[in-house]
Design a protein around this ligand. Structure first.
Ligand code: C5P
Length: 240
């Protein structure tokens, strides 16, 4: 069964918590028919693979956001472990290069359960000066495009990018290439520490396939209401 037959929601809720108990308390308030969940480095380092089994048991599909970056054999072995845990999506840094991404693709193609394999382009915390200091003379936008096209040519399933890059990447990459975008804020939500924010509707309009949303839902007094409000704003609630 493809993921779209299970759940057509574009929303991925970031479970950014320091322990399993808090993450499960939030997940227990959410509805797996309306969203997926993201487990990142903080929660995974604190709670280990057990959190994946527990969230799967609650009916959630999981984006395991560990942004692997290592030699090809090590990275491929890590994504295969993620596949064994049954996650829906896993990611690696595209700057790990072609041989690393090829190794991950080949390894996942041999797994019975194949998570979506996603590349991270340029972290949105990096500015032109940060890239220059690393010896990268490209403008950030050009480097994002270069890495996304490299990931596409290695047959990755998509990239994480800013919604401000979605329309450019929609043109530059293949049609089925998925664009996953954080930095999403409904107009009624606080920006928190995010700077270049985009509303859910604008991100989908620009060509994003999945929206990563944390605090507007997880810090809301009523997370399910917040989630439904976002879906209603994007015009997607009726189809779910
Ligand atoms: O709470 P908020 O909606 O800002 O959470 C966004 C999530 O997306 C967090 O887990 C954050 O680490 C992640 N993220 C991001 N910007 C990126 C990549 C990931 O905000 N460029």
């Amino acid at each position: 069964m493809s993921h779209s037959e299970v759940n057509d929601s574009p929303l991925i809720i970031a479970l950014d918590y320091p322990d399993q108990e808090s993450a499960l308390k939030m997940a227990g308030q959410l509805d797996p028919a309306l969203c997926r969940v993201k487990v990142g480095k903080e929660l995974f380092t604190a709670a280990g693979p057990a959190i994946l089994e527990k969230l799967t048991g609650l009916g959630f599909e999981i984006f395991l956001d560990l942004k692997f970056h290592d030699i090809p054999a090590t990275t491929a072995a890590a994504v295969a472990q993620a596949a064994d845990h049954g996650v829906w999506m896993v990611n690696v840094h595209a700057s790990g290069g072609r041989r690393m991404m090829d190794a991950c693709r080949e390894r996942l193609d041999k797994c019975s359960h194949k998570p979506l394999l996603i590349g991270v382009t340029v972290l949105t915390s990096m500015e032109a000066a940060d890239l220059q200091e690393l010896g990268c003379i490209d403008e950030p936008q050009d480097y994002v495009k270069r890495l996304a096209q490299l990931a596409d040519s290695c047959k990755l399933d998509g990239v994480v990018c800013s919604a401000r890059e979605s329309s450019m990447l929609r043109q530059a990459c293949s049609d089925s290439f998925k664009l996953i975008t954080p930095g999403i804020r409904p107009q009624w939500a606080a920006a928190n520490d995010q700077r270049r924010i985009v509303t859910p509707a604008a991100a989908l309009e620009a060509g994003s396939d999945y929206l990563v949303i944390g605090r507007p839902v997880t810090r809301s007094d009523n997370p399910v209401d917040a989630l439904k409000k976002i879906l209603a704003e994007t015009g997607l609630s009726s189809g779910l």
